[in-house]
Structure formats: structure tokens, C-alpha cells
Design a protein around this ligand. Structure first.
Ligand code: GUN
Length: 283
């Protein structure tokens, strides 16, 4: 049976260190590190994610500034808000929850956030930095995935890592971070022919497909590390992209859903915000 990689426990221990860092920042500079969280409209998943992020800030000693804009907010007004947050000395990190309503250009909005305040690591400057291996803000989910893999104690270097999914938020940056850890990386996606032939050779398998229980036990190499990024609803119940019951019989390590990648994403967001707060004082 696979060992469970407990994302909640790992998050809790990292958040303890982050809370001390947040306190150190507050004592040194006389105010809390601050994160602005912007939500436009009422996407049900976004409501939950944003609530979790704000609660995590409060518990860690990071000040949150919540902006809940109506679904018909204009792109221009959203860009003006970002300009204001860019110039606000109390705001160290800015996060615009995705997806945005169809009438707003995600590309334009993400490009407007100052790269130094880009808590999500989605700005083109940070995306480019990851590609070139420069110091930059790393996207939260991929950064959390690397921490989860490292927590097993299994070395990443030289291993075959297969990432299923090629989104800008997870798949692509995750592949780059695994490459930076010296894995041999394969990126698969919805158009990959004979997907199982790739997943079966993965020492590390990252599933970010967005389809519930898509990765079956016979698609997994015995002894693999399986990271499940999925957050799918099945009859109101949360389930991952991996068929957990089958996979746990084959894999050596596996993340559960919930309690795996999700908490680590929020933890990395706190880390990015606190680092950004220190960086803008110490540069
Ligand atoms: N939507 C889904 N995941 C994310 C994330 O990590 N950050 C933001 N801003 N939006 C998301």
C-alpha cells in the first residue's frame, strides 16, 4: 500500500515557519506583510479558494485586503484597481483569482500586476524567469508539488517525471521546476496518443488533467510517486484526477484529495507574499 503524502501536515509545519517570518517582518517594519486578493464575479470554486486564502493569511499573520468585484465589472476599472494596489505601500502581494469573466482579458490583467508583487507567479516576467532558471516568484501549485515530492525523501534527480496537463498555471511551470531538479521530464496532454505508455514509465507522475479519477491503477508504474492536482466534483464530493483506491495499491507514495496539493498551494502563496514583503525592503 502506498504511503500517503500528507499535504495538510506538511503545510502546517511550513506555515509555522512562515508565521515566525511574518512576525519578524511586522516587528522589524511596524506593519504586517499584506496580500490583496481580487475576485471578480461569483464562480463557486473561486469563492471557496478565495475564502481559504484569506483565512490562511489571517492565521499566519499576513494582512489580507479582499476586493470582491461584481461579475459585470469593466476591465478598465479592474486595471485601475491593480494600478492602485501596485502603488500601495501596504500591499506586498497581489492575487487576481482566475478564471475571470469572459469580457475581461486575463492576459492584460496579469500583465498589469507589477512582477515584484505578483504573488501567483503568473506575470510573463516570472514565467520567463522560471524558464531561464532566474530568481523569480514561482507559481504556487507547482512550487507546492516540488515540496510534496521532496518530503518523501526520494531524490528527484535523474528520475522520469511525467506531467499530465499543460496549463500555464500548473503543467508547464511544474515541468520547468522538475527539470530544474534534474528530472527527465515528459509533458503529456489531451492530444497525447497512448497516454498510458508514458504514465506507466513515470517514476514521478503529476496528474493535472481536470477529469475525475482519470488515472487508473494500471496506468501507474509500481513504486511511483503520484501527485494528484485534481479538484473535481463527483455527486457533490471532491475527487482527484487519480483513481485513489486503485492507485494506492500500485504507487509507493500518493497525495490524497483533499489534503494533498490544495493546502500546499495556499502555503506557497503565503511564502511568496512574505518573501515579496522582505524583498521590497531589502533590495
Ligand atoms: N484559479 C485556479 N487556481 C488558481 C491559482 O493558483 N491562482 C489564481 N489566482 N487563480 C487560480
Amino acid at each position: 500500500m502506498a504511503e500517503i503524502i500528507d499535504g495538510k501536515a506538511l503545510s502546517a509545519s511550513i506555515r509555522e515557519d512562515l508565521a515566525s517570518e511574518a512576525k519578524r517582518y511586522e516587528e522589524k517594519y511596524g506593519r504586517k506583510a499584506g496580500l490583496a486578493v481580487v475576485k471578480v464575479g461569483h464562480d463557486p470554486a473561486s469563492e471557496v479558494y478565495v475564502r481559504n486564502k484569506i483565512a490562511a493569511c489571517d492565521r499566519t499573520g499576513v494582512r489580507s485586503f479582499a476586493y470582491e468585484l461584481p461579475g459585470d465589472e469593466s476591465e478598465e476599472r479592474l486595471l485601475t484597481l491593480i494600478d492602485k494596489l501596485n502603488d500601495d505601500p501596504e500591499v506586498d502581494g497581489i492575487l487576481v483569482q482566475l478564471p475571470l469573466p469572459a469580457h475581461i482579458s486575463e492576459k492584460k490583467v496579469l500583465a498589469r500586476i507589477r512582477p515584484e508583487k505578483d504573488a501567483d507567479g503568473f506575470h510573463v516576467v516570472n514565467a520567463g524567469g522560471i524558464m531561464l532558471g532566474l530568481p523569480c516568484t514561482k507559481p504556487c501549485t507547482p512550487a507546492g508539488i516540488i515540496e510534496l515530492i521532496k518530503s518523501t525523501g526520494v531524490s528527484i534527480a535523474g528520475k522520469h517525471a511525467v506531467v499530465v496537463g499543460r496549463s500555464n498555471i500548473v503543467g508547464k511551470p511544474c515541468a520547468m521546476l522538475l527539470l530544474a531538479e534534474n528530472a527527465t521530464v515528459t509533458v503529456c496532454h489531451s492530444r497525447t496518443l497512448d497516454l498510458a505508455s508514458y504514465t506507466r514509465s513515470a517514476d514521478i507522475l503529476v496528474a493535472a488533467v481536470g477529469i475525475g479519477r482519470f488515472i487508473k491503477g494500471d496506468m501507474i508504474k509500481p513504486g511511483a510517486i503520484v501527485i494528484d492536482v485534481g479538484m473535481n466534483r463527483d455527486d457533490g464530493k471532491l475527487c482527484g484526477d487519480v483513481d485513489f483506491r486503485e492507485a494506492e495499491k500500485v504507487a509507493a507514495y500518493i497525495t490524497p484529495v483533499p489534503g494533498g496539493v490544495g493546502p500546499m498551494t495556499v502555503t506557497m502563496l503565503l511564502k511568496n507574499t512574505i518573501e515579496s514583503a522582505f524583498r521590497c525592503r531589502e533590495d
